[in-house]
Design a protein around this ligand. Sequence first.
Ligand code: C2E
Ligand code: CA
Ligand code: CA
Ligand code: CA
Length: 282
Amino acid sequence: AKEQGGAAFTGYDQQMYQRLSSRIQLESDIKEAIRLQQFYLVLQPQVELSTGRLVGFEALLRWLHPQRGIVTPDEFIGVLENSPQMVELGYWVFRRSFELVLQLINQGYRHIRISINLSAGQFLDPLLPQVLQGLLDEFGLPANHFELELTERTLVKNIDTTLQMMRQLKGMGFCFAIDDFGTGYSSLSYLKQMPVDIIKIDKSFVFGMLENDADYQIIVSTIAMVQKLELTVVAEGVENRAQLQLLKKHKCDIGQGYYFARPLNDEQLQQFLTEHVPDGFL
Ligand code: C2E
Ligand code: CA
Ligand code: CA
Ligand code: CA
């Protein structure tokens, strides 16, 4: 009888139905997972290339699923992107990031910054400024310890609302980074009209830069343009010394990638700090 019921759907409908039901399943799972504290953040170091100084960390989400083990965000964030669950999960990410900044400051890393990823749905949330202001007040931290990472896709989606939100949060003291730069549709001149502080060159260009001349040229010209606009440029996905040397040579400000460290859980973070950066330098 089950098979017959299924036959009422065309192949396309069935696919749609499955996608929809797995989405609903995932959304209720997320709610439950927040409650059960199955989410955690890993922090990936960001290093000033000219000095080797640790400047901050990017916060990356992980889900310790009771059956599936560690689930990375690619497996659930795409599905959740514009759902209320993503907004709620985002609130959890903010709170945890505030806790981590406070902890790092208390450990002596007084100027540390944490960058937080936001998807489009989170950034269109009208409560966002209020929620962030609530956390600033509660933790007694200035907003300049936090950097908000938006993708070009988010920026071009709802230009007016996005720009208004950016101005408001910028006014509160938050900084903005454009993530995955070079993979979307925006241009630097367009970004110049927005209160953006940091450009993050997508890791796909860094991966290719040693072998592929196009990737190399894109990196070199992006760095040069970002420097001309007096913004900060970050290269992500730095995996080896040769990439690092070349990025340094072209005056890229900050690097992030497995060459320096993988994203670290709480325990790994403490070990990393005592072993490698007791004095703030890597
Ligand atoms: P992203 O923001 O571009 O983050 C960088 C991704 O590259 C991370 O994947 C990181 O683990 C990985 N990575 C860093 N260095 C290297 C390297 O040297 N080599 C290679 N191969 N990979 C490197 P991850 O943690 O799986 O995150 C995937 C994406 O999920 C992120 O891409 C971001 O868009 C999204 N994401 C992560 N955490 C959050 C969050 O809290 N909220 C939202 N909205 N999105 C998040
Ligand atoms: Ca990011
Ligand atoms: Ca990125
Ligand atoms: Ca050191």
